[in-house]
Design a protein around this ligand. Structure first.
Ligand code: SF4
Length: 209
């Protein structure tokens, strides 16, 4: 495991209590005093570093930031889309503090090259609470697809993960926080969900809404 030598705090993270707590503990307990406060959301490597040096620098740096564009919770459809393994996954951070040479995450550092910890945990807690209505709604869509197509799926149906991510984003935006609201959402968006997102015709079999 690489020892963290510095912390970078992006602009959006600077006023969160969790940021202050982490920085204080890093200074007092681990004697990390190299704290860099950015005026934007984009950490940069020192000029002239090779890719290997950038990788080492990344492993020695913790970036405190906020999770913005993607929800903390996502639907995890396992490799192979095996039915039993569909679940809700919580993402608290990006990348890993360890440094195993065989790690598959090395590839992911090309698209997002920093070890990030998210500090907007108030939003994370809200999304966890909403997930109790999101996940059953996704399973409901799956059951209905099975019913429409008169088929028992041994694999997660095509487009279900993407449809689930869309449903989750809508639930977060609209603050759908009860079974009644979730049922109403599925009803109100019935055609959109099945025709546009799942790309099936729910009425093809003579079934009506
Ligand atoms: S294999 Fe990768 S993700 Fe797993 S501990 Fe090692 S560096 Fe971290």
């Amino acid at each position: 495991m690489k020892k963290i030598k510095r912390i970078i705090v992006t602009q959006s993270a600077q006023n969160y209590p969790k940021t202050i707590e982490i920085v204080t503990r890093a200074k007092n307990t681990f004697q990390i005093n190299d704290i860099i406060y950015l005026q934007n959301e984009h950490p940069k490597f020192p000029n002239g570093y090779s890719k290997q040096q950038e990788f080492e620098y990344m492993k020695e740096t913790l970036v405190l930031t906020t999770r913005k564009s993607t929800p903390f919770v996502t639907t995890f459809a396992s490799p192979g889309n095996i039915v039993e393994n569909i679940g809700s996954m919580l993402t608290l951070n990006w990348h890993c503090a360890f440094n195993c040479q065989f790690c598959y995450l090395i590839g992911s550092s090309y698209q997002r090259p920093w070890q990030e910890a998210y500090v907007n945990i108030d939003e994370m807690e809200r999304q966890i609470l909403l997930e109790q209505f999101v996940h059953p709604s996704i399973l409901t869509v799956w059951s209905l697809v099975s019913e429409f197509q008169k088929s028992t799926f041994v694999k997660i149906p095509e487009n279900l993960k993407e449809t689930g991510d869309w449903i989750r984003e809508r639930f977060i935006k609209l603050n759908i926080d009860s079974d009644e609201k979730a049922i109403k959402f599925i009803n109100d968006n019935f055609t959109n969900i099945f025709t546009n997102h799942m790309c099936i015709d729910p009425f093809d079999d003579g079934l009506k809404k």
